[in-house]
Write a protein that binds this ligand. Sequence first.
Ligand code: SF4
Ligand code: SF4
Length: 161
Amino acid sequence: MVTSGGESGRQCGSCSMCCKVFLIAEIAKPAGQWCPHCTPGRGCRIWGDHPAQCRAFRCMWLSEAWLGPEWYPQTAKMVLTQNPQSWLLVEVDSGSPKAWMREPYLTHLRRFAAAGLPLRRPVVVFSAGEAILVLPDRHEVVMKAKSGEPLDPAAFLSRLP
Ligand code: SF4
Ligand code: SF4
């Protein structure tokens, strides 16, 4: 959703993955479907008039240089973000729902989970209508959407105590 580099100096390039995975309420774009204003690989056709959510968005791959090139969202088929409590949220492309279970990703996610555990910063994957808590040695489905619907991470996070 941005084309300029983040703090890491990285650029979106041909990636448009965030224009697919996220719900954009302002334009009633559902999660898991390409935005009607997106030309994948080329970007936003309403750039300049695009929603505030899009203007503000910056994925972790852009801002965090410690994430390796394998985490480029177009390659990984996943978009990483953090919520205000520093939980690591992993949105998986609906076209590759098992992407997070491939290597090296699953090993990386388990390492992130081990590092976050003492700090109470869990790793949660959103894929195929499920919220999945990744732990250092296993994973657990902690919420399921109604059949056939993508799970809105905001809905999941709002139900936490
Ligand atoms: S997912 Fe990240 S790298 Fe890809 S277009 Fe969005 S902000 Fe840019
Ligand atoms: S409006 Fe533009 S930046 Fe926002 S999701 Fe659609 S294509 Fe992407």
